[in-house]
Design a protein around this ligand. Structure first.
Ligand code: ZN
Length: 62
C-alpha cells in the first residue's frame, strides 16, 4: 500500500511499477499509454483504465 501521488491523504494499492508511484481509484490513468511498458501485462492501473474506457464506450454506443 502507498499514498496516491495526487492525494497524499489517500491510501491505495494501485502502483505504477514503471514510474514507481501510487494512484487512487479517482486518479487511475496510465502516464504514457502510447509507449511500450514491460509491466503493462500485470499493471492494474492500465487494466482498470482500459475497463473504464470500455464501459464508457458501451454507454455511448447504446
Ligand atoms: Zn488520487
Amino acid at each position: 500500500m502507498g499514498k496516491c501521488k495526487n492525494h497524499p491523504e489517500v491510501e491505495t494499492s494501485y502502483c505504477c511499477m514503471k514510474h514507481n508511484y501510487y494512484l487512487c481509484e479517482q486518479c487511475i490513468a496510465c502516464n504514457d499509454p502510447e509507449i511500450y511498458c514491460k509491466f503493462r501485462s500485470s499493471c492494474a492501473i492500465y487494466f482498470l483504465e482500459k475497463e473504464a474506457r470500455r464501459k464508457k464506450e458501451q454507454k455511448a454506443g447504446s
